[in-house]
Ligand binder design. Structure first.
Ligand SMILES: [Zn+2]
Length: 416
């Protein structure tokens, strides 16, 4: 079986120019004695927005691996796929994020729900799971309600999983099941039932991405109750370890944290929990490197700075249209967005400082950062003009990309 490493970190590379700079961060961490497997992820939605093909992600990663002499494993994640979209990823991915969030809450066959309840009497009552802070107490009606809510999603996951396994071979794929793109978080007792449902479907999942409590906004820190998150995260780890034993799921099954970039206040909590339990984690980040490209271009000055200002001005004029698809994952206070006339007078360093995620920095502007995070379509429209500037300013851009991943993400997550 193709096994995902204990620690893995997903990076996105919207314009396929930063794979080398991203991989350099993993190499730095390797020098610190910590092995984290790189996973390049790109969703079907993102390919559609940019007009790219899944094969380009593999090609860019492979070129970076060769150039930097990376000898460890690396993976390509077909991110947030379903039965309709997975086929174009089949030949160039080994990691599949099976997104079944849309089926949550949709009615399943009542007979299937009853059959599940009959198979799983162990889910009812007081559940003493080692590592769970307060034992779960569930009634038959609770289990029935949760099973009914998630059964169709689990069956969907089974169908997609079998479709991929038939094409690739079950031992040549890493499966993740994602449920994060939905309204309500999944609690640890729900996670246990979901894992039992997936085990019954024979999905050999190695990571699961629940929706956690609190807001995981794109490109900015976590917004929510840290004490509650810590309890939930630790309970989830205990539930996963238990489900592995109880239901025979893959022994390396671990949590996947989506929208995991920039969640600086969560990293110490996650690091502590992993050290305490020996659990692994997958952190999935996506748009971060695109923002680092803008920061690098702003700092470079000249044409790079000019285009960054143009992108901002355009984004400001189209703020409704750009933000609409991301309403549940951004919170922009528009009164904090400076006018484009003002930004046009800024030096490159000021623009870079406004976007670079250093929370205490006096010039940091989380609202501008979120707006530009969702504005990558504007750069896609600029086409060669944008990517030629990336090439011309490769060094300063790469420095931002590597530093951001290594210093602000990997070190706090895996070192201190
Ligand atoms: Zn996700």
């Amino acid at each position: 079986m193709l096994l995902l490493e204990r620690f893995s970190f997903g990076v996105g590379d919207r314009f396929a120019h930063q794979a080398k700079a991203q991989l350099a961060a993993f190499q730095k961490l390797e020098k610190d004695g910590i092995h984290v497997a790189p996973v390049w992820n790109k969703s079907n939605r993102e390919h559609t927005f940019i007009g790219s093909e899944p094969q380009s992600v593999f090609d860019a990663a492979q070129a970076a691996v060769k150039e930097l002499g990376w000898t460890q494993h690396w993976h390509i994640d077909a991110d947030h796929i379903n039965l309709k979209t997975v086929d174009r990823f089949m030949s160039c991915s080994d990691f599949f994020t099976i997104d079944v969030a849309d089926s949550i809450g949709k009615p399943a066959a009542p007979a299937d729900v009853q059959a599940f309840l009959h198979r799983h009497p162990e889910l009812v009552g007081v559940l003493n799971i080692p590592g769970v802070a307060t034992p779960f107490s569930t009634s038959l009606a609770d289990v029935e309600r949760v099973a009914a809510k998630y059964l169709l999603a689990a069956q969907d996951a089974g169908n997609i999983y079998r479709h991929i396994a038939a094409a690739k071979g079950e031992d040549k794929l890493i499966a993740e099941v994602s449920m994060d793109e939905t309204d309500l978080p999944q609690t640890p007792p729900e996670l246990l039932i979901i894992l039992a449902l997936l085990a019954d479907e024979h999905v050999r999942l190695q990571t699961i991405a629940p929706k956690f409590t609190g807001r995981f906004n794109k490109g900015v820190d976590y917004v929510g109750d840290l004490v509650q998150f810590e309890k939930e995260f630790n309970d989830d780890l205990a539930v996963i370890a238990h489900a592995v034993r109880q239901y025979g799921l893959p022994a390396n099954l671990k949590l996947s944290v989506h929208s995991g970039s920039d969640k600086f206040s969560l990293y110490p909590i996650i690091r502590k929990a992993l050290a305490k339990t020996g659990a692994g984690v997958h952190i999935k980040t996506a748009g971060t490197s695109w923002l680092e490209e803008l920061i690098g271009l702003a700092e470079a000055g000249g044409d790079g700075l000019a285009l960054t200002k143009e992108i901002y001005a355009y984004a400001l004029e189209h703020v409704d249209e750009l933000c609409a698809p991301y309403a549940s994952v951004i919170d922009i206070d528009r009164s904090h967005l400076p006018s484009s006339a003002a930004v046009n007078t800024w030096k490159g360093l000021k623009l870079a400082n406004s976007l670079r995620h250093i929370p205490g920095h006096p010039e940091f502007n989380a609202d501008m950062r979120q707006l530009l995070h969702v504005s990558f379509k504007i750069a896609a429209k600029a086409g060669r003009r944008y990517t030629d500037l990336l090439k011309a300013n490769e060094e300063i851009v790469a420095k931002q990309v590597t530093e951001n991943i290594y210093d602000r993400h990997m070190r706090p997550l895996f070192i201190n």
